[in-house]
Design a binder for this molecule. Structure first.
Ligand code: G3P
Ligand code: MG
Length: 258
């Protein structure tokens, strides 16, 4: 049965509170009752899928270096928590396999966003699929990316995972692709992930009519969440899961509907 309100997905974990893409942010998402987490992955020089948003490490670790040029051993020693607050000092960049093991234990669904500089490589896709298989998480994962070529290629693989297309806008090229795939069979292309401000109510109807799930980012304001819930959005990716869950629950209690 379809849920009666959007699923709440913690964007980079509960990143409004805890340092993004760290185990602290993923643990918080689980304790807040999020349905799942969104995270970003890059490949290290020695082929490990590492969970971090930026390819450059300066913003979250203070180190002037790139993930793609470092080995895991060195990357894993960096402090990715202090920038957010002294109480998070010592939080590390996790590897994808560690996060997947945690999600398997706690029942969190995972949206893995493929990054890479300038775009995801086949080696990154290989490493991610291997980690997901090893963690026995193939039924609880969706791959997304702004780089649609790597997703559509993954969709053709026998070991492919469900994929969702990330987009800042819903432009004509994207609609053509979605329509073409809807007509010939969507395969593993199951979702569209538009920036929330790009979506209109007619867009939502059109996407659902074509069979796609609608997972919106980054929805932090309760008023926005209420509107997208009314439009039938399937998931809201947010920095503040507790805030949105409390709001949607209070509306449900008040109205009977989100
Ligand atoms: O997946 C939604 C969102 O994470 C896309 O943008 O830059 O936060 O990875 P970004
Ligand atoms: Mg992301």
């Amino acid at each position: 049965m379809a849920p009666d309100r959007p699923r709440i997905i913690a964007h980079r974990g509960s990143s409004g509170t805890a340092p993004e893409n760290t185990m602290a942010a993923f643990r918080l998402a689980a304790s807040e009752g999020a349905f799942g987490i969104e995270l970003d992955v890059h490949l290290t020089a020695d082929g490990i899928a590492a969970v971090c948003h930026d390819g450059h490490l300066l913003r979250t670790t203070g180190v002037d270096g790139r993930i793609g040029q470092m080995d895991w051993d060195d990357l894993s020693r960096l402090d990715a928590g202090s920038w957010k607050g002294p109480q998070y000092a010592g939080e590390r960049i996790p590897r994808l396999s560690e996060v997947l093991a945690f999600c398997r234990r706690t029942g969190l669904w995972v949206n893995i966003e493929l990054k890479g500089e300038p775009e995801p490589t086949e080696s990154l896709v290989d490493a991610v699929i291997r980690d997901v298989q090893d963690a026995r998480m193939t039924g609880a994962v969706l791959l997304s990316s702004f780089h649609h070529g790597c997703l559509l290629a993954a969709d053709d693989r026998p070991d492919g995972l469900p994929v969702g297309l990330l987009s800042e806008t819903l432009d004509e090229g994207l609609w053509e692709l979605l329509e073409e795939r809807a007509e010939r069979g969507r395969g593993l292309l199951s979702a569209v992930h538009p920036h929330h401000a790009a979506l209109s109510r007619p867009d939502a109807v059109r996407l659902h009519d074509m069979g796609y799930r609608i997972n919106l980012w980054t929805v932090n304001e309760p008023g926005d969440a209420a509107r997208y819930a009314e439009w039938g959005a399937d998931a809201l990716i947010t920095d503040h899961p507790a805030r949105l869950l409390a709001f949607l629950e209070s509306r449900r209690a008040g109205n009977g509907r989100p």
